[in-house]
Design a binder for this molecule. Sequence first.
Ligand SMILES: Cc1cc2nc3c(=O)[nH]c(=O)nc-3n(C[C@H](O)[C@H](O)[C@H](O)COP(=O)(O)OP(=O)(O)OC[C@H]3O[C@@H](n4cnc5c(N)ncnc54)[C@H](O)[C@@H]3O)c2cc1C
Ligand code: SF4
Length: 481
Amino acid sequence: MLKFTKINKENPNKISAKERVKSFDEIYSKYASLKAEEQASRCSQCGVPFCQVHCPLHNNIPDWLKLTAEDRMQEAFEISSSTNNMPEICGRICPQDRLCEGNCVIEQSGHGTVTIGSIEKYITDKAWEEGWVKNIEPVEERNQSVGIIGSGPAGLAAAEELRKKGFQVTIYDRYDRPGGLLIYGIPNFKLEKDIVIRRTNRLKESGIKFELNCDIGKDITFEDIKTKHDAVLIATGVYKFREINLNTSNFNNVVPALDFLIASNKTGLKDKVEDFTNGRLNANGKNVVVIGGGDTAMDCVRTAVRQGAKSVKCLYRRDKTNMPGSQREVQNAIEEGVDFQWLTLPTEYSGNGSLKNVRTVLMQLGEPDESGRRKPEPKEGTEKDLDVDLAIEALGFEPEDLPKLFDHNNLTVTRWGTLKINYKNMMTSIDGVFAAGDIVRGASLVVWGIKDGRDAAKNINEYLENNYADKNNINKKAVNV
Ligand SMILES: Cc1cc2nc3c(=O)[nH]c(=O)nc-3n(C[C@H](O)[C@H](O)[C@H](O)COP(=O)(O)OP(=O)(O)OC[C@H]3O[C@@H](n4cnc5c(N)ncnc54)[C@H](O)[C@@H]3O)c2cc1C
Ligand code: SF4
């Protein structure tokens, strides 16, 4: 260990921009084992591991780095997977620059951070290759059942933890595949879908039931789910997209970001998507404008490039430093030829039947607003028109109206529409109904979803043990499940 003074930081190779835009494959290659060992040995094993403090899961990073450096890979895997249900996924898509790596001590001393994310990915990819990732075999089966609404990272992590304790778990999802945004939101070039599918398959093989194409509130009532199970977890994420209100109603070629990304991901999974085939959700040959500056916007611009767009512009009303998305992804998009128009606000859509032009105005940053960020203000006389064949709106997501959707007015929400929970036990205003992930936090990160799912599972376990203490393990409700 402590080799950071002799060995330079080296990330796995990134495929050149020219090559990588030809496909949807992941853009980083894998470490060879010796390289992973070498890079792990750069860790300084500092007394207070700030990387661990700033990882939402408090992963035991220094420990698994040391084990990797010593080529004790199976032990590294055991430690890594004891705190994280999907380490190889977090290793790929966490914004490490803001979390673990952003707080690495050797980075502070100018040596370049330990490549924590890439090593985390390496450890668990290797574990899958070696067959160390086993199905869950609970020590005892319990009759109590838990219904989980939503199969994103929060729902999946909770399901795994509950299954380990022997509960009967059913996950309900309105989509036809499990994974939430892991499968249909995040593009393949950041996270290949096989990686997600092998995780969800393992859960199926471990006895977790998946009820797919099952929209709670439409196909089954929430009340039914509540009656069927001893406890319920709501992990439905946030899906109501924010609109820009530029009078888009008549324009078929102004589309929400998630529709565009879902169509692309489904096509990649060999599904037939009519709106992709008919061109509505396909950027091929088009002048594309993406509005927004977050991770979703970055995923859209990079997807449009790969679909063969004629030009791709990203309009963002603040400057590059103030972009909310990961700087790593912004850099990747720049390399791939995206034309960023910073400090640019769209003010009007125009066209005849379909959108032809987006009028924009330049902005300048004024005094900080209530959020502490400098407020963008329009600069007079800077209007210009852009030719557009496809406009993609990526302005973020809000929660759906769950009390209405679930026909349960006593499900309490915050003023932002997220579910209100008791932070001590993660229970909503309804007894035995818990909530986790984006539906509680608002749009967040995969790693926070996993953390919440794990915490929710712990609380559900305690709730069921306290409320349904049944020494003989007999529970009437569960008999019907
Ligand atoms: C385009 C995009 C890119 C992103 N990139 C990154 C990234 O690179 N790194 C990162 O850390 N985070 C990223 N995120 C954020 C991350 O994906 C989310 O924070 C995370 O997936 C939230 O997990 P979740 O389990 O709470 O919800 P979700 O993943 O949204 O899963 C919720 C599930 O609930 C289901 N559902 C909803 N309502 C119902 C209902 N009524 N009945 C049945 N099922 C229902 C949905 O179909 C979905 O499958 C990205 C988000 C987007 C949109
Ligand atoms: S889970 Fe994310 S933040 Fe935590 S160590 Fe892994 S990459 Fe870093």
